[in-house]
Design a protein around this ligand. Sequence first.
Ligand SMILES: [Zn+2]
Length: 162
Amino acid sequence: MNPAAPFAPRKTIEQVEEGQELAPKFDPQGLITAVTTDYTSGELLMVGYMNAEALRRTIDTGEAHYWSRSRQVLWHKGATSGLVQKVRELLVDDDQDCIWLRVDVAGGASCHVGYRSCFYRRIPAIGKGAGDGTPLPLEFTMTEKVFDPELVYPGQPNPTKL
Ligand SMILES: [Zn+2]
């Protein structure tokens, strides 16, 4: 693998927005936001982050790689669980500070909690007022887990940080 990052330097707004070169904008932590949807259903599966290496490995291998902010490691999605995300299409937004992965998911789940999508709860108060300061309730939109995290990640600490 050629170690040079295959990304163009960002020179002008026109180049970034209207040009034909990949010129991603990484934030001061070296990260770019990545949103991931199911290629077939269009469902939003997860939002994560990539550093330059995660982006290039995703491009090299066709499988989603992210940067785990909680564990501070490059993360080949599915390496442990087998729930690999095969990238069918990779897009970048107008100002090239967000990547969109359209994926097929082996095993049909993308969330370490066991659900198909990370977005398995809604905030039902929308449009009804945010209330008086008491914490707002959440409502589950999915009831069935695709897998049991205890079986898929035996003995591993949950990556969620409080
Ligand atoms: Zn999740």
